[in-house]
Design a binder for this molecule. Structure first.
Ligand code: HEM
Length: 401
């Protein structure tokens, strides 16, 4: 099979060691072994460095001058926060931060709770549900759509577009890569047209939504350009939807693997925030983060050249025994818990307060309304088709109401 030779495929093609569905459902033994055997290694077939230790991953994320974020993400040609370096990154981030502070986000709590409860109302009489489809997908999609000011009837269209933007390729072949790029390009064009129409509407008649805020705000006396507003809106979709879906689903996955934890959290709901930090560490929705070396350097004794792609394996760093005692054990009240699942440093996830809140609300609602939540055996788990994402496509459960 022809190998893809493109600057962008490290986040598109899975590494050989995680090439099978089973490995992608259970990547941790593989990653643990790679960390021990070859903590920093060059992978010819993906043309990138893989970095597995906590200390090295942390160093890379902490040093944006040495490890640039100016990479192109497949399917998102707009320059966004995620692919900017300072000083532009700092200006843009300061502007959008206002909409995502923990205080602003905490005000959404009652509304998010009513969205989660409506989702559960629809399934509670059935005694079974697919966690992904019935809860973990709609909650973040509805919340982001509302934040942006998307028309309610268009929400599911939004979900389809956001799925395509984060999709990876099953095969390491030029043909499948090109086909995927064409699909992403199409979705992106449709999204640009759609969001462009909302921007035009808000320019005439501002509302209380994020797009109106972005239109009215300024950096150094200058308004944001339309393409920057669109780029940021699309980034929120791509960065915030599937990640949060997987956080909620991964939390339920753990709760069905360790049913005693259900009882523990029901009796002690104050443990829920700490439980989520441990879910993030143990089953991270984003398992790897890409950078490009800005200058020649060494990591873990390996010579890295300017321009080389570098992939920091968060899912491995989070289980590095030199940072986390007993790393393969899930400790519901682990402290400290300095996982890298939201990244680190200047690009630390802007949506972290929102993701945490949505996750906590969704699980609290499930635990309050459902007992004895079990994985519906007999359904094979299918991993999400993206090498940087850790999650499953469906997660059917049964419960008693
Ligand atoms: C950045 C993970 C939810 C918006 C990041 C980064 C990670 C991450 C690892 C850093 C990427 C890098 O350093 O290159 C997650 C996870 C989530 C989640 C695991 C859910 C559990 C969200 C949500 C939103 C969001 C809900 C928004 C609604 C962003 C944005 C950035 C970002 C805008 C770029 C920040 C910057 O470059 O300054 N996220 N994210 N994320 N995330 Fe999240």
């Amino acid at each position: 099979m022809e190998t893809v030779q493109s600057e962008r495929y490290a986040n598109i093609v899975p590494m050989d060691e995680l090439g099978t569905a089973d490995k992608r459902l259970h990547p941790f033994p593989v990653l643990n072994e790679l960390r021990r055997k070859s903590p920093v290694r060059y992978d010819e077939s993906r043309a990138c460095w893989d970095v597995f230790r906590y200390e090295d991953a942390h160093h890379i994320l902490k040093n944006p001058a040495e490890f640039s974020s100016k990479r192109r993400l497949a399917g998102n040609e707009n320059d966004t926060l995620l692919t900017m370096d300072p000083p532009r990154h700092s200006q843009m981030r300061a502007l959008v931060n206002k909409a995502f502070t923990p205080r602003v986000i905490s005000e959404l709590e009652p509304h998010i709770a009513s969205i989660a409860n409506e989702c559960l109302d629809a399934v509670i009489g059935r005694g079974s549900m697919d966690v992904v489809h019935d809860l973990a997908v709609p909650v973040p999609v509805i919340v982001i759509a509302e934040l942006l000011g998307v028309r309610p009837q268009d929400r599911m269209l939004f979900k389809e577009w956001s799925d395509i933007l984060v999709m990876g390729s099953e095969e390491n072949s030029e043909a499948s890569f090109k086909q995927l790029m064409a699909t992403k390009q199409r979705a992106l064009e449709e999204l640009n047209v759609y969001l462009g129409s909302i921007v035009e509407e808000r320019k005439k008649q501002p509302k209380e939504d994020l797009i109106s805020l972005l239109i009215s705000d300024e950096i150094d006396g200058e308004k944001l350009k339309d393409h920057e507003i669109l780029g940021f809106s699309i980034l929120l979709l791509a960065a915030g939807n599937e990640t949060t879906t997987n956080l909620i689903t991964n939390a339920v996955r753990y709760l069905t693997e360790a049913p005693k934890a259900q009882e523990q959290l029901r009796e002690h709901p104050e443990l829920i925030p700490g439980f989520f930090e441990e879910v993030l560490r143990y089953y991270p929705p984003i398992q790897a983060i890409g950078r490009v070396a800005a200058a020649d350097c060494t990591i873990g004794g390996q010579p890295i050249k300017a321009g080389d792609q570098v992939v920091s394996w968060v899912a491995s760093a989070n289980r590095d025994e030199s940072k986390f005692p007993d790393p393969d054990t899930f400790l519901i009240d682990r402290k400290p818990n300095a996982h890298l699942s939201f990244g680190f440093g200047i690009h630390f996830c802007l949506g972290a307060p929102l993701a945490r809140l949505e996750g906590q609300i969704a699980i609290r609602a499930m635990l309050e309304r459902m007992a004895d939540i079990r994985f519906a055996a007999g359904t094979p788990l299918v991993p999400i088709q993206s090498p940087f994402v850790f999650g499953v496509k469906q997660y059917p459960v049964t419960f008693s109401a």
